[in-house]
Design a protein around this ligand. Structure first.
Ligand code: ZN
Length: 201
């Protein structure tokens, strides 16, 4: 059994891996774990384990899902002719909250980033190409984040899909350049979706 100092060090190091958590906060979390009610902390640890063992990526769109196909893909009322391309499942969730879009999604699971060595094969771009080639999709809406890497990713995909019979549109610039989709307010996101423009002019 590890001693107390060692346990606190371990916990702190693990908490520090969470996004936005620095050393001080990680230490606070670690001490909190020690003094909090056992049932609360074990509940948290069970919930984390359950999510990590039961949640996977949707086979079709790469949204997070309990089943092989996610809720959106399983919904027969969704329009399979429209595909909205986002970087992450949380972007999909943000768009779903607007309630404006009734098509399907494709989650890239990231964006192209030369500085971080993330290329097309690290994303789900090949799978997107297959969907574009299937003939089922008529419009692809690029909803990558409006920053340099998001734009570069959208541009790459647009060129890649050039010869497929799909119209490619981009969210209107109601979404401020540089902003991250998941934090954008619902009305702005709705305007951006409704005012989307044709990518190729
Ligand atoms: Zn899906």
């Amino acid at each position: 059994m590890a001693d107390l100092t060692e346990s606190i060090k371990n916990l702190t190091a693990l908490f520090q891996k969470l996004p936005g958590v620095g050393k001080k906060t990680a230490e606070r979390f670690a001490y909190h774990v020690l003094i909090a009610k056992q049932e609360d902390i074990l509940g948290l640890s069970d919930a984390i384990r359950e999510v990590k063992t039961n949640i996977r990526y949707c086979e079709k769109c790469f949204n997070l899902s309990v089943d092989p196909l996610c809720e959106v893909c399983r919904d027969p009322s969704r329009d399979a002719a429209q595909l909205c391309v986002v970087e992450q499942p949380r972007d999909l969730a943000a768009l779903e909250q607007t309630g404006v879009f009734h098509g399907l999604y494709h989650v890239l699971l990231g964006r192209l980033s030369p500085t971080e060595n993330i290329g097309p094969d690290d994303l789900t771009i090949r799978e997107l190409e297959k969907r574009a080639a299937s003939g089922e999709v008529r419009e692809i809406i690029m909803a990558t984040n409006p920053n340099m890497e998001g734009d570069a990713t959208a541009f790459y995909i647009t060129r890649l899909l050039h010869d497929y019979p799909v119209t490619i549109t981009r969210l209107a610039r109601g979404v401020t350049t540089g902003s991250v989709l998941e934090f954008v307010n619902r009305d702005i996101l709705r305007d951006a979706l409704e005012g989307r423009q044709n990518y190729r002019n």
